[in-house]
Design a binder for this molecule. Structure first.
Ligand code: NAP
Length: 301
């Protein structure tokens, strides 16, 4: 069936007993964009699937995860504050989820003796997605990650496991948080590339590096005048400057880097990449990312 026809027939098809369900488990979830990314993709592909955001309080997380099994959900995304707490409740994890220490995606696998819940961290693949285009510049390069929270964990593991950086500096305002991350990722640091520095002392690493990643929330709407790196003169055409913040699409950090001819990558690419990696595992289909990009533009306006 042509895709427009399939989309129309799916739209005309109300939710019913055959509908496959995917949930977002988090608290809060009201502002999540995920339903607006996945549902248009399901519709476009004529899949009788639905994605619902469910607010789950910490003390109910165990019951909610068992509910996925009992109610025959196909899978789930997990967001703040449950990404770490959900791990012991699952039957197995992808290696990258163990390495990062967080799960953002659950895949429910139906087997003869019941359902098995597999945890994955698709932020790792989502982060890497837009970097493959620049693989020659990134492989073996010197990189700096600003911030040392959950997104920094996924980014640092992704870089170590895929691009074997010569040097990877973790810069955080609380350097002990960066130290902890470096310790946790030591098993994946084959080239002894990791080092840490207080954010206020990262200037030399930033100037020398070829890849600069913002993994702090600085610059995120409504605080669009903020930036994690106010020293715009440090940017150069040799830099790839990657902002994980996805709203607005063009942050101050990216604008200032682009003004000095750096290559820039916005957080919406990672957002779509992590969603696509989850979607493929749930449905077995490639996510129609052009449809999702269009949906993103509609949300952002
Ligand atoms: P997180 O776990 O809370 O970590 C945030 C990091 O930024 C921490 O190291 C934090 O340090 C630091 N930070 C916060 N405010 C700061 C400030 N004013 N100055 C300096 N450092 C500051 O958050 P996360 O989950 O890693 O998310 C970080 C950003 O990435 C968010 O904007 C999020 O939306 C984005 N993100 C995007 C995607 C995507 O798909 N594009 C995926 C995941 C995350 P402290 O602990 O000291 O506060």
């Amino acid at each position: 069936m042509p895709s427009q026809e399939r989309e129309r027939s799916a739209l005309e098809h109300p939710l019913d007993a055959e509908t496959r369900l995917v949930a977002l488990l988090g608290d809060p979830v009201a502002h999540s964009w995920s339903p607006q990314l996945h549902n248009p993709a399901f519709r476009h592909q004529g899949l009788n699937w639905a994605y619902v955001a469910l607010r789950v309080e910490a003390e109910e997380l165990g019951a909610a995860v068992e509910g996925l099994r009992a109610l025959r959900f196909a899978g789930a995304n997990v967001t703040i504050p449950h990404k770490e707490a959900v791990m012991p409740l699952l039957d197995e994890h992808a290696e990258r989820a163990d390495a990062v220490g967080a799960v953002n995606t659950i895949i429910v696998k139906r087997e003869e003796d019941g359902a098995r819940l597999r945890g994955d961290n698709t932020d790792v693949v989502g982060f890497l997605d837009p970097l493959h285009e620049y693989a020659e510049r990134v492989r073996g390069a010197e990189g700096v990650i600003l911030g040392a929270g959950g997104a920094a964990r996924a980014a640092a593991y992704a870089l170590l496991s895929t691009f074997a950086p010569r040097r990877l500096t973790l810069a955080a305002r609380r350097v002990e948080q960066a130290d902890r991350l470096a310790r946790d990722l030591a098993p994946y640091d084959e080239r002894d590339a990791l080092s840490t520095v207080p954010l206020s002392e990262a200037e030399q690493a930033v100037r020398q590096g070829q890849l600069l990643v913002n993994a702090t929330p600085l610059g995120m709407a409504p605080h669009t005048d903020e930036t994690p790196w106010p020293h715009a003169n440090d940017f150069s055409p040799e830099h790839i400057v990657y902002d994980l913040v996805y709203t607005p699409a063009q942050t101050r950090f990216l604008k200032e880097a682009a003004a000095r001819s750096a290559t820039t990558i916005g957080g919406q690419e990672m957002l779509v990449g992590q969603a696509a990696a989850a979607y493929r595992q749930w449905t077995g289909e490639a996510m129609p990312t052009d449809v999702v990009q269009r949906a993103l533009r509609d949300i952002a306006h």
